[in-house]
Write a protein that binds this ligand. Structure first.
Ligand code: ADP
Ligand code: MG
Length: 478
C-alpha cells in the first residue's frame, strides 16, 4: 500500500522587542532567574496589561511579507490552564480574531520546483515562564523571566507532504523573520521553535488521517528526524491493524523516537474568552501602508535581483541571500571590485570556509568587503594567481595586514617577466633529459610534470598561462 504524509506546522517565533508584550520588563536572554519579571508578568492583583506597540508593528510586517490579511480589528483572549510557570492561571493569546490570517509562503523542493504553502493564521501571545528541574533536589525551580515575552505563532495549512518539505518551510520562515528583523531566530535559546502535526493516509485519499502533534522541536534536524520517525510509526501501526490515537508526543533526540506526552482525553479545555483587561487592536490602512514602506527587500526578491543584476545562477544567488548580512557583504564587495562572479566564488568558497572554521558570523568577519575587494583586484590585474590569493587571504584573516602589504612582505608578486620565466624553464628542461625525450616521443601528459617543476621553482609565483604557453614552445624545441 502507498502512503501519503500530511504535515502542518505551528511555529513560535519570539519577537525581538526590548520589553515584554504587556509590561515594561526587559526581554534580554540569560539574566539571573526572576530579575526580569514585573508585577504584570507575575500576575499580581490590581495590575493591568498594556500592549506594546512594537509587537503589533512586527506582526503586521510578518503578515505583509506572507501576503496575508491584516485584521482591521483583532482581539486578545485568555487561554486558561494551570501550570506553575503561568502565575496568572491563563495565557493571553489570540483565538477567534488573530492579527494575521490567510497568507502563504513559497518553498523550493529538491527537484527545484516551487510549492506554495498556505499560512492559516499568525497570532500574538505571551510566553510562559520556565520550570527548572536541575539543581533543586526534589523541588522544581520557577524562573519567570520569560513570562510575558512576545511570541507570534504561525500556523500552516496541512499542506506539507514530507519531512523535507516541512524543513524547507521552516527554514524559509526562519530566513524571513530574520530578514524582517522581527525575531533573532536563535533556536538554541528557543526563540524559534516548532510543533509538528503529522498524519498519514492512503495515497489518493482526500480525507485526512488522524494526526499526532510533536511538541517543541528546536532544530531543523530534529524536525526532520521526528517527522520521519512518526510517519514510519503511524504506517507500521495502521498496517498491523492498529489505529493512530490523536495525542501530543515528545521527540527524544538521543533515542531518535517520539513518545506520548498526553492524549486528547487529557487535553485541556482552555475556556477561551476575550480578555476584559485589553481593548481590541484596531489597525488602520494608513498604519499598514506606513509599515509596508519600512519593509526591507525580502529574500525571494533579493535572490531574483541577484540573478538579474549580477548574472548569478539561482543556486549561487540563493546561497548569497541566505541572510541579510551575507547579501549586504556581497553587494559591498561587488561594488568595490566590480567582478560579481569572482566575488561570488570567493564568498561561497574561502570566505564561508573561514567563517565556519573560526565560528564567526558574517558581521564579525576580520576581513571587510573593501579589504577582500583589494585582494580580488590583485587576481584580476594578474599581480598574483588565484592559488597564491588563497595564501594571502589566510594571512589577511589572521590579521597580517591588507592584501598589498602581505604580497610585498612575503614576496608573492607573480613573475610575468618572460625572460625570467624562460630561464627557469630552460633550467628545468636541462635537469630532466629523460622526461624531455619521452615528451618529444609523444608522451604529452608530461607537460603537467614540467609545469609543476617550473611552478615549484618559482614557489607558485609564475603566471600559469604564460608558463604553459612558453613551456610548450620550448619543449617542442622552438
Ligand atoms: P489545534 O488548535 O488543536 O492545534 P488546528 O486545527 O488549529 O488544531 O491545527 C493545528 C495544526 O495542525 C495546523 O498546522 C494544521 O495544518 C495541522 N493539522 C490539522 N489537521 C491535520 C492532519 N490531519 N494532519 C496533519 N496536520 C494537521
Ligand atoms: Mg496546536
Amino acid at each position: 500500500m502507498e502512503w501519503e504524509t500530511v504535515i502542518g506546522l505551528e511555529i513560535h517565533a519570539q519577537l525581538n522587542t526590548a520589553s515584554k508584550i504587556f509590561s515594561g520588563a526587559a526581554t534580554a536572554y540569560g539574566a539571573e532567574p526572576n530579575r526580569q519579571a514585573c508585577a504584570v508578568d507575575l500576575g499580581l492583583p490590581g495590575v493591568l496589561p498594556v500592549l506594546n506597540e512594537a509587537v503589533v508593528r512586527k506582526a503586521v510586517m510578518l503578515g505583509l511579507a506572507l501576503e496575508a490579511q491584516i485584521a482591521p480589528r483583532s482581539v486578545f483572549a485568555r487561554k486558561n490552564y494551570f501550570y506553575p510557570d503561568l502565575p496568572k492561571g491563563y495565557q493571553i493569546s489570540q483565538f477567534e480574531l488573530p492579527i494575521v490570517a490567510r497568507g502563504h509562503l513559497e518553498i523550493e523542493l529538491d527537484d527545484g520546483s516551487r510549492k506554495r504553502i498556505g499560512v492559516t493564521r499568525a497570532h500574538l501571545e505571551e510566553d510562559a515562564g520556565k520550570s527548572l528541574h536541575e539543581g533543586f533536589g526534589t523541588m522544581t525551580g520557577i524562573d519567570l523571566n520569560r513570562a510575558g515575552t512576545p511570541l507570534v505563532e504561525i500556523v500552516s495549512e496541512p499542506e506539507l507532504g514530507s519531512a523535507r518539505e516541512a524543513v524547507a518551510y521552516m527554514k524559509k520562515l526562519h530566513a524571513l523573520v530574520r530578514y524582517l528583523d522581527i525575531c533573532d531566530g536563535n533556536m538554541q535559546e528557543g526563540s524559534f521553535r516548532c510543533d509538528a502535526n503529522v498524519s498519514v493516509r492512503p495515497a489518493g485519499e482526500s480525507s485526512f488521517g488522524i494526526r499526532t502533534e510533536i511538541k517543541n522541536l528546536n532544530s531543523f534536524r530534529f524536525v526532520e528526524r521526528a517527522i520521519n520517525f512518526e510517519v514510519e510509526r503511524q504506517i507500521e501501526l495502521i498496517e498491523s491493524g492498529g489505529t493512530v490515537v490523536q495525542e501530543t508526543r515528545l521527540f527524544d533526540p538521543d533515542r531518535d523516537e517520539t513518545r506520548p506526552m498526553r492524549s486528547k482525553e487529557e487535553a485541556n479545555d482552555y475556556r477561551y474568552f476575550p480578555d476584559p483587561d485589553l481593548l481590541p487592536v484596531a489597525i488602520h490602512t494608513e498604519d499598514i501602508e506606513a509599515i509596508r514602506a519600512e519593509m526591507p527587500e525580502l529574500p525571494d526578491a533579493k535572490r531574483e535581483r541577484f540573478v538579474r543584476d549580477y548574472a548569478l545562477s539561482p543556486y549561487d544567488a540563493g546561497a548569497l541571500t541566505a541572510t541579510r548580512d551575507l547579501a549586504d557583504y556581497y553587494e559591498a564587495l561587488v561594488a568595490a571590485c566590480g567582478a560579481p562572479k569572482l566575488a561570488a566564488n570567493w564568498m561561497m568558497g574561502d570566505f564561508t570556509a573561514a567563517l565556519n572554521r573560526s565560528e564567526l558570523e558574517v558581521g564579525d568577519s576580520p576581513v571587510a568587503p573593501a579589504a577582500l575587494a583589494q585582494l580580488l583586484a590583485r587576481i584580476q590585474d594578474a599581480t598574483i594567481s588565484g592559488k597564491i590569493a588563497k595564501e594571502v587571504f589566510d594571512a589577511m584573516w589572521a590579521g597580517e595586514g591588507d592584501a598589498d602589504a602581505i604580497i610585498a612582505a612575503r614576496g608573492l608578486k607573480q613573475i610575468t617577466d618572460t625572460g625570467a620565466i624562460d630561464r627557469i624553464i630552460d633550467d628545468v628542461i636541462a635537469a630532466n633529459p629523460v622526461q624531455l625525450e619521452q615528451y618529444r616521443a609523444g608522451k604529452d601528459k608530461l607537460l603537467g610534470f614540467f609545469v609543476g617543476q617550473v611552478m615549484k621553482k618559482t614557489q607558485g609565483k609564475a603566471n600559469p598561462a604564460q608558463v604553459n604557453e612558453r613551456l610548450r614552445a620550448r619543449l617542442r624545441g622552438d
